[in-house]
Design a protein around this ligand. Structure first.
Ligand code: FAD
Length: 384
């Protein structure tokens, strides 16, 4: 059998795999590289809705379904409406994204798309071998986006929470929503001793995605999320509506060092690489940023495990998760305090890991004395 060697192999053609493919195809430097993308599914549905904030212009603006200049935050004690400038909050539906990148691949001969199941990925001296149900492939540079939760579940050192939710795309009979404004978090709902909030994204006056979301350890029964949405809509006086689509998700929130599985010829990317922001579950924009850095890094021809993904924000996230796991019923108060004491745009920059150390300290000092004690206690436990 002919040896099937590629310059780059990408396992998994979801968000991170396709962001990488797209970046490689857009850069002439990689014109002569042979790239193999292995994906087991036909990716052509709205299996997820990615939202993120960024400054204009964004790379995927032509695919974005809706962009909002304003946002709001609500809790028992706080009702905040604010402009997002210089950011816009954006919604990108996966179908448009998949269609665009899969179509782009067709006109690039250097890329081979293989619809196959990846069975295992193993290091073999200076290369990595990818075994699939359609053959075995080898490369000095393999990128894996197939998430295996085993290592995460089998350890106790790093807390693991989940951002889990059900969302309904609803259509009301009468104009109901402000299409200029996204409701980022509404904690003014029953917390049930956990961190629960509503998230509402109006695409026009009669259409919105409304999600009942938790940051917690265990998942709920489907009925409980849906009851949360119903209760919320009733409380808002929204009773005449139809559900056009539903979405469900569970995003792991953890600071587990996934990079320990990287080798000179294998880099884990996307959720599999730990590129999900541990304190929020946001992954898409984070991944786009890391892919941009990765493309420059690839030109250095260095070993893949030299690609840096760790910074001081990982440690903040770790402490935040330690506290959120222990005091899950206090999540709304933690977010309330953060939004009450800081400009929301500074919080978005902080979550983007773009603030200075002094700004970080200011944000950390905005918590109440009791909350700061929780963080200090988590810090002490992590250090000693
Ligand atoms: C419903 C939902 C909504 C989300 N919303 C947001 C959001 O608003 N903002 C945000 O930032 N993040 C969001 N996320 C989190 C994150 O952005 C997504 O999960 C994102 O798709 C992660 O990208 P990825 O490449 O790591 O994984 P995926 O996109 O899941 O890609 C992995 C790919 O690997 C393929 N695969 C798996 N196993 C195999 C195998 N054995 N062989 C071959 N192929 C395989 C899968 O079919 C898949 O296409 C959401 C997640 C979900 C589930």
């Amino acid at each position: 059998m002919k040896k099937q060697v590629f310059d780059y192999i990408i396992c998994g053609g979801g968000a991170s795999g396709l962001l990488l493919v797209n970046a490689l195809l857009e850069d002439r430097y990689f014109d002569n590289k042979r790239i193999l993308l292995i994906e087991r599914e036909t990716k052509n549905s709205n299996d997820r809705t990615w939202c993120f904030w960024e400054t204009n212009p964004g790379h995927f603006d032509f695919l974005v379904k809706k962009s909002w200049p304003k946002a709001s935050f609500k809790s028992k004690e706080l009702n905040l409406n604010f402009k997002l400038a210089p950011f816009h909050y954006k919604m990108l539906r996966s179908k448009a994204f998949y269609n665009e990148i899969y179509q782009k691949m067709e006109s690039h001969k250097q890329l081979t798309l293989l619809k196959a199941e990846v069975l295992n990925i193993k290091e073999n001296q200076s290369t990595t071998r990818v075994k699939t149900d359609k053959g075995t492939f080898e490369s000095e540079k393999v990128f894996n986006s197939i998430f295996n939760p085993k290592a995460l579940c089998e350890q106790k050192k790093y807390p693991v929470l989940n951002q889990h939710f059900i969302g309904w795309f609803i259509k009301t009979n009468t104009p109901t929503f402000d299409p200029e404004k996204v409701l980022f978090m509404d904690f003014d709902i029953l917390q049930e001793d956990q961190t629960r909030f509503l998230y509402l994204l109006p695409t026009d006056e009669k259409h919105a995605l409304v999600e009942y979301t938790l940051f917690s350890e265990g998942l709920l029964q489907k009925e409980e999320y849906e009851k949360g949405i119903m209760d919320y809509l009733n409380a808002q006086g929204i009773s005449a509506f139809e559900i056009e689509e539903k979405e469900q998700g569970n995003i792991p929130m953890s600071c587990f060092p996934f990079e320990q599985f990287n080798t000179p010829s294998l880099l884990n990317i996307g959720t599999a690489g730990g590129w999900t922001k541990a304190s929020t579950g946001f992954t898409f924009k984070n991944t786009e940023r890391k892919i941009n850095r990765l493309v420059s890094f690839l030109k250095t021809e260095k070993n893949l495990n030299q690609f840096q993904t760790k910074n001081r924000f990982r440690f903040y996230d770790l402490l935040f998760l330690d506290v959120l796991l222990k005091y899950n019923e206090q999540g709304s108060k933690l977010f309330e305090r953060m939004f009450a004491k800081n400009h929301p745009v500074t919080i978005f920059r902080f979550l983007d890991e773009k603030t200075t150390f002094l700004e970080d300290l200011k944000i950390l000092s905005s918590f109440s004395l009791q909350q700061i004690r929780w963080f200090l206690s988590a810090l002490v436990k992590r250090i000693f």
